[in-house]
Design a protein around this ligand. Sequence first.
Ligand code: SER
Length: 356
Amino acid sequence: MQWTSLNTVREKYLSFFESKGHLRLPSYPLIPQNDKSLLLINSGMAPMKKFFTGEVEPPRRRVTTCQKCIRTPDFERVGHTARHGTFFEMLGNFSFGDYFKEQAIPWAWEFLTEVMEIPSDLLWPSVYENDDEAYNIWKDKIGVPEKHIVRLGKEDNFWEHGPGPCGPCTEIYFDRGEKYGCGRPDCKPGCDCDRYMEIWNNVFSQFNNDGKGNYTELVQKNIDTGMGLERLACVMQGVDNMFEVDTIRKILDRVCEISGKTYGNDKDNDISIRVITDHTRSAMFMIADGVLPSNEGRGYVLRRIIRRACRHGKLLGIGRAFMTDTVAVAIGESCGAYPELSEERDYVLTVLAIVE
Ligand code: SER
């Protein structure tokens, strides 16, 4: 397994699924289109809900994307840990009533073990507790030893995020090694220590949740895969967390340069450095997609993000506006995959120069 940059991991994933008959679509904007249930897109499947339910015909029954996502429930924790962030990229391969478990599982395995060359003994699949079909595919078709397959309950292996398509899932965990573990003899995926990191989520989208807890079976069976790009990049780069991943580390290094601080020397400074690094990415992508700071809705989310970044800039002793500077680095790292960043570069920097 070779060190691989985040931008290369993304490209390898998308071209792998193109080679399996998927149509590559660009990321949808962060602003949901015709969906009032969400402020911001928070997963790869969110912009495609109507393809899953069958209400809208997809451009092809197999689609692959790398989706920009924002999740803010842990907003205040960002920076305090190295694992929380507001912005992330989610890779996905989707089947709208086309292939199902028998195909999705072997492709996930092929990508991780043959394209990424991750040793198979470091990978642990989990399945929904009574999903014998998925369990048997892992055991018989892929040949994973039974001691490496874990059955988990609804909390871990049934995916839903508010109203919309949902279903049981099978996940793939990467074993980061004993040094991250709790040392308990029964430690395995599902344990709350840091040893096993979920890198792949394959949802068997079979139900629709009406948002009030009522589930109806969907006419078509679908596949909704979510793979956190930053997490897989951590694995491929042998680093602990996303702030050490190449493209994100460049932004972090710029924050250090501007502030004259060294990352890893002081706990409080590190918190501020991580806050600015993460918030630089989310503010950049939100503004490029047309969000403006305001007092309500997604505009308020953006306003809080910018304010918090600025507050941590002050804590680091930066005596000037700096977000145009950190965002310029972030644009350079991501514009190859997101052409809107080059197109909207001047606009994004102008908005930041005004509001910061
Ligand atoms: N929807 C699932 C997730 O977000 C898989 O894409 O994890």
